[in-house]
Design a protein around this ligand. Structure first.
Ligand SMILES: [Zn+2]
Ligand SMILES: [Zn+2]
Ligand SMILES: [Zn+2]
Length: 120
């Protein structure tokens, strides 16, 4: 019987592995093949729930999906607790930019407070 091959790098699989030769291969396969589909689906569900309009102002064009609690870039498309429905909000581009510039200002302010505190 021919050796089975890793689904990602196509090297023969070690005996104890079923689909991928290593965890790295399994992770990469997920990131490139499954995560984008999964994220697409999560976005479609969020849009439907919001009635295909901005949850802030009701705009129906240029809709984007925002993470209420932000998560690191590399995790954005992963099946991650912060990608659950309850953490997604549908916003039009304008409201989305607004939200982000506000949280950016807030983060800057906090940083300044911390620095001020440490200086004294
Ligand atoms: Zn492999
Ligand atoms: Zn809006
Ligand atoms: Zn956002």
């Amino acid at each position: 019987m021919a050796d089975k091959l890793c689904l990602w790098c196509l090297k023969p699989l070690p005996k104890y592995r079923r689909k991928y030769c290593s965890d790295d291969c399994s992770d990469e396969y997920f990131i490139y093949n499954i995560a984008p589909l999964w994220w697409n689906n999560a976005k479609i569900i969020a849009l439907e729930r919001a009635g295909n309009k901005c949850e802030q102002c009701g705009e129906t064009a240029n809709l984007e999906v925002h993470h209420i609690i932000p998560l690191p870039n590399s995790n954005k498309r992963h099946k991650h607790p912060l990608n659950e429905r309850t953490n997604l909000k549908v916003l039009c581009r304008r409201c989305h930019n607004n939200v982000h510039s506000k949280s950016f200002q807030k983060a800057k302010l906090q940083l300044r407070l911390i620095n001020a505190f440490e200086d004294s």
